[in-house]
Design a protein around this ligand. Structure first.
Ligand SMILES: Cc1cc2nc3c(=O)[nH]c(=O)nc-3n(C[C@H](O)[C@H](O)[C@H](O)COP(=O)(O)OP(=O)(O)OC[C@H]3O[C@@H](n4cnc5c(N)ncnc54)[C@H](O)[C@@H]3O)c2cc1C
Length: 406
């Protein structure tokens, strides 16, 4: 088999790269190789099936990693609105700037992308699991797990990272590049829950509570997020926690999550509230002190775990120090991070092919003719459409530059 440009991986960035290359030079043949039986499987699961494909708030603070020109690449390519309108997919956004297809259907996005690819004459070679890459003359030979080969002049590696291996991304292509001598930055699940000791979480399973959560290491607050914090029997979850998961990479063993479960009140206000409730419910048991402020399970959890008083004792027995202590801890409830999540439940990979391995065009510094895009690179975005936007932008950028290099 021969093609001018081979794209490894039929995910978001690979589909965009193929479209970018073929649009730049329609005379070139472009083939996507994909190990699964069809392209775009992960895309179908994004945004809970609604595909949060970009954000109206594309600022550098939402991107992380060692690739130097992330924002230049995002700003140089077509906006998500322009890119998707070329495929007849209008976008809408919610009140937080998260952008979705008007259909709110990831399947419709994939269908429109595939229509565009077929219109452009891009070939799909599914069931081709890349096992090795060999240089040959001024091109490459890609070998598959079942001994097929594909000769090509250029390669765009768009095979994703380690997150969500159920969608084909098991890091195998990152390992191929590592074996070829590429520098790989430390890998870690991102946009993912964080594990805490199950003992500390007893009584909180299934609880959802609004508040702020900060990642703290060595006494320093690394980042604070606001939103709905969710508890499972062994982890803290929710978008606000997802956005802190990447800190595990550099703070393993020293990371704490600090929750403020009354972020809408200052401490004095919270204390006044507790004093008022103490008077109102003087004869009731301590377990009713926080009834009305929190749902049942977190209300009982907090008094049980913070106060040194039996929960069936009368509220009138609490002293001012008890209330101060309770207010303090409601605003500063800490959970030591016991570990990161498994790759299966992570949405994104932090780390990957190090930025020093590619030039501004996303071409390999050492192997000319080889380009990279998407999550395989050491770039990760926050939850909220930033990762798919990186996939589209870097894919279009690498595709265009790759076609121009021929
Ligand atoms: C459940 C879930 C929900 C998400 N929701 C959102 C969201 O709403 N918004 C957002 O911005 N981001 C979201 N993400 C993240 C986003 O999907 C990814 O960042 C993005 O898909 C990365 O695109 P990519 O093309 O780089 O890699 P991928 O989309 O992972 O595609 C890589 C492709 O390469 C193929 N491949 C891997 N190895 C080989 C091999 N050896 N040979 C051939 N092919 C191979 C894989 O099968 C896969 O099809 C979500 C992720 C998950 C898991």
């Amino acid at each position: 088999m021969y093609t001018d440009i081979a794209v490894i991986g039929g995910g978001a960035s690979g589909l965009a790269a193929a479209a970018g290359a073929k649009s730049e030079n329609p005379d070139l043949s472009v083939t996507i190789i994909e190990k699964l039986d069809r392209v775009g499987k992960k895309l179908l699961a994004t945004g809970n099936g609604r595909c949060n494909l970009s954000s109206r708030n594309l600022v550098p603070e939402h991107y992380h990693g060692s690739v130097r020109n992330i924002m230049d690449i995002i700003n140089s390519a077509a906006t998500a609105e322009e890119f998707f309108m070329t495929m007849g997919v209008p976008l809408i956004s919610d009140n937080q700037g998260r952008m979705y297809p008007r259909s709110e259907s990831a399947a419709s996005v994939l269908s429109a992308l595939r229509l565009r690819l077929s219109e452009l004459g891009i070939a799909e070679e599914c069931g081709f699991e890349l096992k090795n890459i060999r240089k040959s003359g001024d091109g490459f030979v890609l070998g598959s797990a079942d001994d097929r080969t594909l000769k090509c002049r250029r390669v765009i590696a768009a095979a994703g990272g380690y997150a969500a291996p159920q969608f084909g991304t098991d890091g195998s292509v990152i390992r191929i590049f590592r074996d070829m001598g590429y520098k790989i930055s430390k890998l870690c699940p991102a946009v993912a829950p964080l594990r805490a000791e199950p003992d500390r979480l007893r009584g909180l399973k299934g609880v959802r509570v609004k508040g702020s959560v900060s990642a703290v290491s060595g006494g320093k607050i690394l980042k604070t997020e606001y939103g709905e914090i969710q508890f499972t029997e062994n982890s803290l979850s929710g978008i606000c926690v997802f956005n802190l998961a990447r800190f595990f990479k550099d703070h393993e063993g020293a990371l704490t999550l600090r929750l403020d479960l009354a972020a809408d009140m200052d401490k004095a206000e919270l204390l006044r509230y507790l004093e008022m409730v103490k008077l109102q419910r003087a004869e009731l048991p301590v377990q009713e002190l926080l009834t009305g402020l929190f749902a049942r399970n977190p209300a009982v959890y907090l008094v049980k775990n913070i106060l040194n008083v039996p929960i069936l004792e009368k509220i009138s027995k609490l002293c001012r120090e008890d209330l101060i202590n309770l207010a303090d801890r409601i605003k500063k409830l800490e959970f030591t991070v016991a570990g990161c999540s498994s790759w299966n439940v992570a949405q994104v990979t932090a780390g990957g092919i190090h930025g020093s391995c590619v030039d501004k065009e996303l071409q390999s510094v050492r192997d000319k003719g080889l380009f990279f895009c998407g999550e395989i690179l050491d770039v990760d975005g926050d939850c909220g459409g930033y990762n798919l936007q990186w996939a589209w932008s870097s894919g279009l950028w690498a595709g265009k530059n790759c076609a121009r290099s021929i």
